[in-house]
Design a protein around this ligand. Structure first.
Ligand SMILES: *[C@@H]1O[C@H](CO)[C@@H](O)[C@H](O)[C@H]1NC(C)=O
Ligand SMILES: *[C@@H]1O[C@H](CO)[C@@H](O)[C@H](O)[C@H]1NC(C)=O
Ligand SMILES: *[C@@H]1O[C@H](CO)[C@@H](O)[C@H](O)[C@H]1NC(C)=O
Ligand SMILES: *[C@@H]1O[C@H](CO)[C@@H](O)[C@H](O)[C@H]1NC(C)=O
Length: 645
């Protein structure tokens, strides 16, 4: 706690000084305040013409982005540049994004361009900005131009293959369910491998209550997982909306620094909790084992278990995204939003198979949230090795604490050297628009194993400290100070997520301040989480623990499916909108619940058709193998279920 306070104090000091530095260096260009009148004098950033009517009449529809330029001394353009200079909060207003029906919106097709629709598009937008503002517009990114309603495109072989596999899954489920419902118990026992795809069986596995143990309460973790997933979905709802066309950019830019919006933007910090829980459960399971298993075989067995648990659903969703996703809708933004990402998925699907999609082609994003699965797999392997090497050793806790500190220090150095920025700044409008392409902070800190390693070490520390306390017979419930610290640590984590970006002060970030926040925001958050969880799993009662345990026992364990599915679902919704959307608080809240419910609902078939059946099949195969060399450990399987992601 003291440590955290001093980090916060240090950040505060550095950043106040940095602000003075801004004043002295005086950048006259940047404008922080504009009246509504001045704001609306600038050209509208986004606009979309009617899409279906245009194509139905055989017109040409183009979508693209333009870079503006004006002669020196152009007053309005200077305002636009100055306002864009605050790049943390505002869009770049010297770029316009347009979807136009050329045949209706512009003068008739100029001769001489023969077939070069993009030239027509450019001259059309340029002549309108010239006329209205005396500003010239240059097309810098053409998303597409198309004429008339498209023809039916035949299925690609990729799509056919996916359809075949999907049909096979349905057939397997049908056969397996029929067998399950008709066979008698004896026959079921003999044919258990044929019942893997049985829907009732998977349903029972899905709704089975989490195994209870009397000394610690891991239900809190189940609840926490669902809670974190919902926070991630909220952030993604706003983030995906920012990726599409927005109608009220003014409102969005104005509320960006308000505490609730900062908290929402920064709520991706909760991903750290996933890393903490994964490594905690892993180490907890291994530390509870009485006999020491050989390192090598335990490593491979545990990794294979995890890969088998995660891969089938993960790969199926990636395959869906690279095949059928783009066929399932249409709209003016369908091509840039969906087809673009589907093409990326077709390009880098193999990196997903290797769980290296966060480090290979890090600038191309195929279903962005899947970076987490890759980083998690990499860190899980690291955590596993560390646990196997350190278990039963006295040095375990000091070594882990040293690693935690070392990786944080390394991140700080990298952040300073490479001018990296904190989470809140990474999620700025213009960076989101290009899906963080070329954003070093996203690649080095956000999605890399390095940036998230502190959380993994934190989870290991939590498990080791928990076991040490148990070994020494210390009951944290009887320690009054710790009890209060632990209860307050959960709100403190939320407080840190919401307020830490404000430490950086208003305006543009200073290098040192920004590097410090970028490197420390995750470890400090993880620290609070560990203190809170150490209390919660040892039975220190608090309102949030009660609430999370309750949620853990009611919400089915579908967070993994929801993680995979919320993005394709939400993005498809946005890409079919025919007008720029209004992103404000009500939109965020309603979409949040809508997308949340639909993602969890869509996760049910994914779990029933893929996740549980493949796990059941794997168990059958293992049972068949271990029937030859009997070494089954019943507690192992129970724990396997607890450790479910
Ligand atoms: C920066 O300058 C402005 C006006 O020039 C002043 O109002 C503000 O207090 C200064 N900020 C700091 C931190 O010195
Ligand atoms: C805004 O966009 C223009 C044109 O692409 C670019 O030259 C300028 O650097 C951008 N401004 C900021 C603050 O990024
Ligand atoms: C547009 O800008 C040019 C300078 O490039 C200037 O000569 C002209 O008068 C301006 N037109 C209007 C209508 O302001
Ligand atoms: C836009 O139009 C102006 C005046 O008609 C012209 O001078 C300029 O070159 C055009 N810009 C582009 C990028 O075509």
């Amino acid at each position: 706690m003291l440590l955290t306070a001093s980090v916060a104090f240090y950040l505060g000091m550095v950043c106040t000084r940095a602000e003075e530095a801004v004043n002295s260096s005086n950048i006259p260009d940047v404008i922080y305040e504009l009246t509504d009148e001045e704001y609306y004098a600038m050209p509208k950033l986004f606009s979309l013409d009617d899409y279906a009517p245009c194509l139905a009449k055989g017109g040409v529809y183009c979508v693209g982005s333009f870079e503006l330029s004006a002669p020196r001394g152009h007053r309005l353009f200077q305002t636009m540049r100055g306002w864009s200079g605050n790049w943390i909060d505002n869009y770049n207003h010297t770029r316009l994004h347009r979807g136009l029906c050329l045949s209706e919106h512009c003068s008739s097709e100029p001769s001489g361009y023969d077939g070069h629709m993009e030239k027509w598009f450019e001259s059309c937008v340029n002549s309108s900005t010239q006329l209205d503002y005396n500003i010239s517009a240059r097309l810098y990114q053409l998303d597409y131009c198309k004429r008339g309603a498209g023809d039916f495109t035949p299925l690609s072989s990729n799509q056919r293959a996916f359809a075949a596999v999907f049909a096979t899954l349905i057939a397997l489920a049908a056969i397996s369910t029929c067998l399950d419902l008709t066979l008698n118990d004896q026959a079921k026992k003999e044919l258990s491998w044929a019942l893997c795809w049985s829907l009732p069986r998977s349903w029972r596995a899905l709704t089975a209550p989490a195994p209870k143990s009397n000394s610690e309460d891991l239900r809190t973790l189940d609840g926490l997982r669902a809670f974190c997933m919902m926070s991630v979905i909220l952030e993604h709802v706003c983030w995906l909306a920012t990726l599409s066309y927005i109608s009220d950019t003014r409102g969005m830019e104005q509320i960006r620094r308000q505490p609730d919006v900062v908290l929402m933007t920064n709520s991706t910090l909760v991903v750290q909790i996933f890393f903490v829980m994964a490594s905690f459960l892993l180490a907890h399971k291994l530390l509870m084992q009485k006999k020491q298993t050989p390192i090598c075989s335990t490593f491979f067995e545990t990794m294979i278990n995890r890969i088998i648990r995660i891969s089938p659903s993960h790969f199926l969703v990636i395959w869906f995204a690279s095949s059928w996703w783009e066929r399932l809708g249409d709209g003016p933004l369908w091509k840039p939003l969906i087809e673009g990402e589907a093409a990326v998925c077709r390009g880098k699907w193999w990196t997903h198979l290797l769980y290296l999609n966060n480090v290979i082609y890090p600038n191309d994003k195929c279903l962005i949230p899947t970076w987490y699965l890759a980083a998690d797999m990499q860190l899980y392997a690291l955590a596993l090795i560390l646990t196997l090497v350190l278990r039963g050793r006295r040095a375990a806790i000091p070594v882990l604490a040293a690693l935690f500190t070392a990786v944080t220090a390394l991140n700080f150095i990298l952040a300073y050297v490479w001018h990296l920025v904190p989470n809140f700044v990474v999620h700025r409008p213009e960076s989101v628009r290009v899906a963080y392409g070329g954003e070093a902070s996203f690649n080095v800190l956000y999605q890399s194993p390095l940036g998230n390693a502190a959380a993994t070490f934190g989870g290991l520390l939590l498990a080791h400290i928990h076991h040490k306390l148990k070994e020494d017979g210390i009951h944290v419930t009887e320690m009054k100070t710790f009890r209060w610290l632990s209860i307050c640590a959960a709100p403190a984590a939320a407080w840190w997520a919401g307020l830490s970006p404000l430490l950086a002060g208003g305006g543009l970030p200073q290098r040192l301040c920004s590097a410090a926040l970028a490197a420390f925001e995750r470890p400090v958050f993880v620290f609070f989480v560990i203190v809170a969880l150490l209390g919660a799993i040892n039975g220190i009662k608090s309102p949030w623990r009660t609430w999370l345990s309750h949620m853990g026992s009611t919400v089915p364990r579908l967070s993994f499916g929801a993680l995979l599915l919320h993005l394709p679902l939400n993005k498809a919704l946005l890409a079919t909108r025919i007008a720029p959307i209004q992103l404000d608080r009500p939109h965020a809240i309603y979409q949040w619940f809508g997308v949340g419910v639909i993602a969890y609902a869509a996760a049910v078939p994914l779990a029933l058709l893929i996740e549980f059946p493949t796990q059941a099949l794997y168990r059958e195969l293992r049972r068949a193998r271990s029937a030859q060399k009997p070494t089954t450990d019943p507690t192992q399987e129970k724990l396997d279920k607890t450790a479910h992601t």
